[in-house]
Each structure stands twice: as C-alpha cells, then as structure tokens.
Design a protein around this ligand. Structure first.
Ligand code: NAD
Length: 542
C-alpha cells in the first residue's frame, strides 16, 4: 500500500429482486434469455490476452431443452494447459506486486457490474446453462456472487490490518504474500457464484489462477470472464480452460509451481485430487494449500414439538428448490410418528401444487430439469429401485421423462430402514427420503442422524422444546458445518452464514469468510530494529 490507509466500501448484501409480473427486471431477463436462446455463442479458452478457439468443440444445450443447441465451447490440449500455466507465471510478479487497493477496486467494480449492466446477462445465462428458475438464478449468479466479491474485498482489508504488537525499539510487520506459484480452481456446475468466487478469491489475494469450470456451466462461466475483463482484471491473472478434466488436472498437478487447489465438487473427485497431490509432493516448490468443499447428505430432524406446517415447508423448500441440486439440499428427513402423516400430507399437497417440471422461461415453474443425462439416469434408477423395494414406498412423485428436458418429478420416498440406500447416498436431485421414528426414541434418533452418513455439511432441527434444541445442538455438533434451528438447511448468505462442512463434506474453509482468504496467503513477518546492537556482550556478563 502506497500513500494512505484506505477504507474499502462497507460490504452489504445485494437486495434480491422480485421478478414479479410487470417488473422491469422480469422483462429484461426474459428478453436476454430469448436473445441467448436464438443465437449461438462460441466460448474460447481464455489464456493470457488470447481468446483461443482450438476447433475441438463440444455443444452446449439447456438441460430443460436438450435438443436445442445454444453454442459450442472449445476444448484445450495439453499444450494449451501448459500455456495457461506459463501465462500465470508470467503475470504473477506484476499482479502480486500491484497495490492491494487496485485489486480491491477491480473486484469491487466486478460486483457493481453484476449488480447493474450484467445482471440480466448472468441470470439469463444461468437459467439457460443450469436450468435455474429466475429466483434461483438471482440468488446465486447475481446476489451471492456480488456478496462474495463485496465481502471478500472487506475481509481482505481486515486481514491486512491484522498486525502484531511491537516492543520498544522495534517494529513488527506482517505482509500477506500471495502463494508462490499458481492456484488451480476447479468449479462445480451448480452455482455460478461458486464458479466465479473460487478463482476470484484467490486472485483477489494476489494469486494467479488456472480455472477449470464444469462442462455443464461453461455457458455462464463465459459471462463471468466477460465481467472480469470489463472490470479491468489484467490478462493472465485468471486463465479459463475447458476440456478433459483428467488431462487438465494431470498437467496442472504435474507442474512444480502448483501451489494450491481451490475445489468445489463431489467427494470422490476431491479425494482423488488430494491423493494425486500427495503422490507429487516431492516435485512441488511449496506445500500446496488444499481447499475443497464437497458432497452432502443433509438432514432435517423434526422433534414431536415442531409445528407440522413449518416442517413441511422446510422439506418442500429445502429438498426441491433448484431440483435438490444444492450441496445443502435436504435429502434425509427424520419425522416423529405422532406428526409424520400430517407432515407428509402437507408436503404431498405442496408437491402436487407445483406445475410439472418445465422450462425456467415459464416463470410459473418451481421445478425445472436436472443438469444432464447422467444425473437423470442415476435418479431414475434410484426411484425405480424404491418402487421395487419392499422396505420403501413413494409418497409423492416418482415420475420422470427425458424426451424434451431432463425432468424428474419431485419425489418423496418413505423408508422403513433408517439406513436404506437413499438415506445414505448423495443423489443430488429432487428426491428426499423420510424415516419415521418413535416419539420416545429421540435420543436414539440423534445418534442415528449423527452416524448415518459420511458427510457433515448442513442439517436442521425443528422443535419448540428448548431442551430438545439444546440436546440436538450438542449431539449433532460434528455432523453439520452449517446447522440450522427451526429453518431449512439451505440458503446460506455470504457475510452472515459462512458456508462449509466437515467429515467427507470438505475442509471447512468457509467460503465467503476471512478463513478462506487466509488459505491463499503466506504471511511474511518483518522485524525491524531501530537501534541495532553493536556489542555481542549482554549486561549480565559485565
Ligand atoms: P463433480 O465432482 O462432478 O465436478 C466438479 C468439478 O470437478 C467439475 O469442474 C468437473 O469437471 C471436475 N472433475 C470431475 N472429474 C474430475 C477429475 N477426475 N479430475 C479433475 N477434475 C474433475 O461435481 P458437480 O456435479 O459439478 O457438482 C456437484 C457436487 O458438488 C456434489 O457432490 C455437491 O455436493 C458438491 N458441491 C459442494 C458444495 C459445498 O460447498 N460443499 C457446493 C457445491 C457443490
């Protein structure tokens, strides 16, 4: 920092627009959606100042209308990935040495561009690529992404202000250096905000990044790159490459300059990456930072004193919004026998009130398509299995159809066995499994919730009884990184509920918090002595 202790703009959460009939934002986003639908885009690789069209392309189609092609993206060869790494390293010195307020300005500007001129674009692209309803696109691609950028700028300035005390005659200073080398960001399909935040948070702290978005999110990833460029992010700081994930990863992790992984996605992939980094450890110049937020099997536990209507709403919203494809989505539910049939009846009538799954362009739809055919086929298989199994029954839903889009009906499975396969396995779709416990077995049920899944991402307890809430908070302390009382387990807001889980759900470095940003710096302590000793003898020696 040069000539002032600058105070960054105070971060605040971006207000969510309603998109109600007659609002200008509704008109604007639908116009943008139509424009995208009727044009074909070509997404290049972004390497340094170049936008590379390799000619090796893959088509992009909306999951709700998979026969319609909205464009193609170009895929990288190994030499493109090497070029991306080389560009990172070339850009590193200038970027790492740039005064922090310039970095703060770039990412603050990106936030305001999304809040204003890019809002309709990034939302429409997310509706198209990931089949989000406008509300789901707005809370993700616009609001959460803006919040990540605004709050991280503020957290960065707070981190820089964290300084040690100094005794008389000396001055201790800490410099928060970016990591030496480059960061590899791998992002999932389900949140445009996460896709943008993973490379941006590392870059904000002065790092250079190779970013590999999900194949299913490239369409909206391109808008993110447009925003970064418009905000003035120098070429080569974030390099976006698409293509074969194994080849890209082998090339990136094979570089001695690899210094950190910022990952969000499934548990298996993350564990394999960790293993590969371990195997290569002797080749790296530094110990790489490994940050990963991964799978979940998130629960709702209702106590007999919980209000049935509130539990039902938590299930309907928590399990089915965005087709259950939030890492935090409720996917296993524990209901007491005394209120279970009332709660299930309410959920059933909620689900029956939804339109059939359809396009997000029809704003009456609450449910759209799941992300791709692989996900559709997997979900259909579990639903068929539940129909066939004697110890499971379908309470509502159970239908599916992929003739136009990858549509799966919101489905509630009632399981007799608390360890039934869909009580334990992450399905990542609009399927929730319910187990009914005896009211007197509250304590045993707490132990069951704690021990049923390898994951520990989110969970919710609903109860009126304060002793029960206290008991659940204690008993379930290790099985959710984000724990909700009398609420659904989804919808974490940046700056309010920092997000991340433990066990097989990730390293819990809380995205959208200073803890996460601290993973992307390597502090240097500088001690300066004002009157330097000139005699080695200490007074006691006299
Ligand atoms: P995914 O694991 O299939 O893909 C994530 C990313 O990893 C993609 O970019 C993909 O191309 C890449 N990838 C896949 N195989 C790879 C390989 N062998 N080497 C390197 N990269 C590889 O996950 P997804 O389907 O995109 O997202 C859903 C998953 O993400 C779910 O498990 C969900 O719980 C998790 N998720 C977790 C959080 C969280 O905060 N904990 C948030 C969002 C999503």
């Amino acid at each position: 920092m040069g000539k002032g202790f600058f105070k960054v703009p105070t971060a605040y959460n971006e207000p969510i627009k309603s998109y109600a009939p007659g609002t200008p934002e509704r008109e604007e986003v639908l116009k943008q959606y139509k424009a995208y639908y009727h044009t074909k885009v070509e997404v290049p690789l972004y390497i340094g100042k170049e936008e590379i069209k390799t000619g090796q392309t893959r088509p992009m189609s909306p999951p709700h209308d998979h026969k319609h092609v909205v464009g193609h993206y170009h895929t990288a060869t190994k030499s493109h990935v090497e070029q991306a790494i080389a560009n990172c390293l070339e850009s590193r010195t200038a970027w790492a040495n740039l005064a922090w307020e310039q970095r703060a300005a770039i990412f603050s500007k990106a936030a305001e561009l999304i809040a204003g001129p890019y809002r309709a674009k990034i939302n429409a692209a997310t509706m198209m690529a990931q089949s989000k309803t406008i509300h789901q696109a707005e809370i993700d691609a616009a609001c959460e992404f803006i919040d990540f950028l605004r709050f991280n700028v503020q957290f960065m300035s707070e981190i820089y202000q964290e300084q040690p005390d100094s005794a008389e005659g000396i001055w201790n200073r800490v410099e928060y250096r970016p990591l030496e080398g480059f960061i590899y960001a791998i992002t999932p399909f389900n949140f445009t905000a996460i896709a943008g935040n993973l490379p941006a948070s590392a870059a904000m702290m002065g790092n250079v990044v190779v970013w590999k978005p999900s194949d299913s999110q490239v369409y909206s990833a391109q808008v993110i790159m447009e925003v970064f460029k418009e905000a003035g992010l120098p070429d080569g700081v974030i390099n976006m490459v698409m293509g074969d994930p194994v080849m890209i990863t082998d090339t990136v992790l094979g570089s001695p300059d690899f210094s950190g992984l910022h990952f969000t996605g499934s548990t298996y992939v993350f564990k394999e990456l960790w293993k590969q980094i371990g195997t290569n450890i002797h080749n790296y110049k530094t110990y790489p930072r490994i940050v990963g937020e991964t799978g979940g099997k998130d629960f709702i536990l209702a106590h007999p004193t919980a209000k049935p209507q509130q539990v039902a709403t938590a299930i309907t919203r928590g399990a089915f919004e965005f087709q259950g494809q939030k890492c935090s989505a409720a996917s296993r539910v524990y209901l007491p026998k005394s209120t279970a049939s009332e709660i299930l009846g309410l959920v059933k009538s909620d689900v029956e009130s939804f339109n059939r799954p359809g396009s997000p362009e029809d704003m009456g739809n609450f449910i759209t398509a799941v992300i791709h055919e692989g996900s559709f086929d997997k979900l259909a298989k579990f639903i068929d299995q539940a129909k066939a199994d004697n110890d499971a029954e379908i309470v509502v839903g159970g239908g599916y159809d992929k003739s136009v889009g990858y549509f799966i009906e919101p489905t509630v499975i009632l399981a007799q066995d608390p360890k039934y396969t869909t009580m334990c396995t992450e399905l990542f779709g609009p399927v929730v499994t319910v187990y009914v416990y005896e009211d007197n077995d509250w304590e045993e049920t707490l132990a069951l919730v704690d021990s049923t899944s390898e994951y520990a991402l989110t969970g919710a307890v609903l109860a009126k009884d304060r002793y029960a809430i206290e008991q659940a908070t204690q008993a379930l302390q290790n099985c959710a990184g984000n724990f909700y009382i009398n609420d659904k387990p989804t919808g974490a807001v940046v700056g309010q509920q920092p997000f991340g889980g433990a066990r097989a759900s990730g390293t819990n470095d809380k995205a959208g918090s200073p803890q996460n940003l601290l993973r992307w710096v390597s502090p240097r302590l500088i001690k300066e002595t004002f009157v330097t000793p000139e005699d080695y003898r200490y007074p006691f020696m006299g």
